[in-house]
Write a protein that binds this ligand. Sequence first.
Ligand code: NCD
Length: 300
Amino acid sequence: MGTQHIISIGDFDRDGIDRLLDHAGQIDKKKFDPDALAGKILAVLFFEPSTRTRMSFESAIARLGGTSISVGSVDACSMAKGETLADTIRVVSGYADAIVIRHPKEGAARLAAEFSTVPVINAGDGAGQHPSQTLLDLYTIRQSMPIDGIDIALVGDLRYGRTAHSLASALSLYNARLHTVSPNGLELPQTLAAKLRDRGMEIIEHDDIREVIPDVDVLYVTRIQRERFPDSASYFNVSSSNRITPELLEGARKHLIVLHPLPRVDEIDPRVDNSPHAKYFEQSRNGVPMRMAMLLQVLQ
Ligand code: NCD
C-alpha cells in the first residue's frame, strides 16, 4: 500500500468514515494500547494560528506513546528565509513518520503530499478543507443522534469556512438536508453547492436564522473568517445578525445540538453555554480520540 494521506474528506467513502468514528468511540472508552505508536514522530507544521487542532494532535500522539516535533512559530522556520513548501516538506519527511500541516493556501496540503515520503494530514488549507475537524464534528453529532437524514443548518461564513466545506461534503454521504444561513456574499461556493446537489443533497438557503431554528436537528455555527477577506473594509461590511442566543433557541427542537468548531468571536452568546443544546466544548474535546484514530490509521 502506498503512503496514506488524509487531505480531503472526499478521500473517504461512507464506510471509511464510519470505521474511523467507531474506532474513536472505542478509544473514548479507553480501549487502546497506550504504546501503539511508541517511537513514532509526528511533525506538526502549522503556518496559521491554532489552539485545538494543533494541541489535540499533539495530545493524540502523546497518548499513543509517540512524540511530536515542530519549528515553533512560522517566523522561526526557513520558509521565512524563502524556502519553498516543497523543500520544507522533503526535509521534514526525513525527520518524522507523519506530518500534520496547516497552511493559508488552498491546495497546500495536497502539494505537501506530493513531496512527502510519509503520510500527510491536512489540518486546514486556506478556505479549502479541514477533514479532521469534520470527523470530530460527525463524531459529536453521532453521540447525540444517528447522522442519517438529519436536518442541519450551517450558519456564518460558508464562503471561506473550510470546516463548513468539509462537513457539507461528508454529510452528502448521510442523506442529510442542508440549510444555509450566511451574510450576503459569504454563501457556500457555487461549485461546491452544485457538486452536492449533483450527489442528491437538498440545500435550502435562508435569509433569517429564526426561520430555520425550529426545523433543524443540528445548528453548526461558524466564525466569519476575517483573515481571508481581501481587505478590512469588506470584513466590516458583514453584519453579524445571526448571533445565537438562549431566546432564539426557545423554539428549537428538544434534541437540537449547537456545534461550533471554535474559536468563537461573537456568534454564540455565552449564555448559551449552559444550555443542554450546547455541545461545542464536548466537540473540541472529541478532537483527541478522533485524531488518535486518524493517527493509528496512517501510522500503523
Ligand atoms: C477552524 C479552522 O481553523 O478552520 N478552527 C478549528 O480548527 N477548530 C475554524 C475557525 O478558525 O474559525
